[in-house]
Design a protein around this ligand. Structure first.
Ligand code: SF4
Length: 345
């Protein structure tokens, strides 16, 4: 973390930048900080402007465009925030923003309005208020530790937070959303796993977007999380233009995830956050890719393709277009080979 690359000079000494990347850098960095761990840098092809890792981490001019549909807070998290840092939108679960820091600031981040901004650091007094809220809201059955990256917190802080949550009888499950296995796998230390294992059961949701990200080091961090931390590991990806928007790349990603012990959970349609235009894949294309995968890959390898509705309406599944029409009480579908069939209910 101390050796993260944060300036244009440092970056251009490691990567051959295009003119457009160079000119976008300073303005993009003012809107949403740039930061790149040396580890994630090592996955970037320094000579290839189309490298799928590079596109996730290095600003491009498209990031500076604001389309009319793009907003600061696409999921309306701030307007569903009863206490600072807690988004409570679905009745049975709440998302808890615990840190503004990440090893890499992903250029498509949904929460770029606050991630990387030190003024958005939650304090111990905020944590106390959040815990008090969880204690009083009996319908909350799940708490999602998020950020930024919640594994930025120290082992002691995480241990305290998890202990406090475990004393609340109505909380059934705890989830930790982290991109460190992807961007800083050395964060998954024995000490961290020791803490996690004392709070069994826990669910860790990672964020791999491309098969290139599943390195030996990343795989061994996952093995450690599972064997020493005793956690169940799931993955959510974002469908990203020019990065993973074809069935071959996603098929390979899904196979590799399962091979290292991760269940693919969600494939997200990119949120309509400002500056995301260069990453958005049309939903029809996303559904076509999912149809292609369904015909090829085992269900255990497949995530659910979802759109988190802009404005805070929650997630809806984007199922491949199997449904054709309804006529005289008969519903017409097609299977993944395009063969039509009818059912009456
Ligand atoms: S790791 Fe997650 S929270 Fe951090 S910048 Fe990337 S997408 Fe945003």
């Amino acid at each position: 973390m101390q050796n993260r690359i944060q300036t244009l000079d440092e970056l251009s000494s490691k990567v051959t930048l295009t003119e457009s990347e160079r000119s976008a850098f300073s303005e993009a960095n003012r809107v949403f900080s740039f930061s790149l761990s040396p580890y994630y840098l090592s996955l970037i092809d320094p000579e290839d402007p189309d490298c799928p890792i590079r596109k996730q981490a290095i600003p491009r001019p498209e990031e500076l465009l604001r389309k009319p549909n793009e907003v600061e807070d696409p999921l309306a998290e701030e307007s569903h925030m009863p206490v600072k840092g807690v988004t409570h939108r679905y009745p049975d679960r709440a998302l808890w923003y615990l840190s503004h820091v990440c090893a890499v600031y992903c250029r498509f981040c949904t929460r770029k309005r606050k991630v990387s901004d030190s003024l958005e650091t939650p304090h111990r007094s905020d944590w106390e208020l959040a815990l008090e809220y969880f204690r009083t809201q009996k319908e909350i059955r799940e708490v999602i530790l998020s950020g930024g990256d919640p594994l930025t917190l120290s082992e002691n802080q995480l241990d305290w937070i998890l202990k406090e949550l475990k004393t609340i009888p109505h909380i059934n499950q705890i989830r930790i959303h982290t991109r460190y296995p992807v961007t800083l796998p050395m964060r998954i230390t024995d000490e961290l796993c020791e803490v996690l294992s004392t709070h069994f059961p826990l669910f860790v949701v990672t964020h791999f977007n491309h098969p290139k990200e599943i390195t030996e080091l990343a795989a061994s961090s996952i093995e450690k999380l599972i064997k020493k931390g005793h956690v169940m590991v799931l993955n959510q990806s974002v469908l990203l233009k020019g990065i993973n928007d074809n069935s071959k790349v996603l098929e390979e990603l899904n196979y590799r995830l399962v091979k290292v012990g991760i269940k693919p959970y969600y494939l997200h349609q990119c949120d309509e956050v400002y500056g995301s235009h260069g990453f958005v894949v049309p939903m029809e294309r996303g559904m076509q890719i999912m149809t292609e995968l369904r015909g090829k890959q085992s269900g255990i390898c497949q995530p659910l393709y979802v759109k988190d509705l802009t404005g805070g309406g929650g997630k809806v599944p984007l199922t491949p277009q199997y449904y054709i029409e309804e006529k005289d009480g008969k519903y017409k579908f097609q299977n993944y080979r395009g063969i039509p069939f009818e059912v009456s209910h």
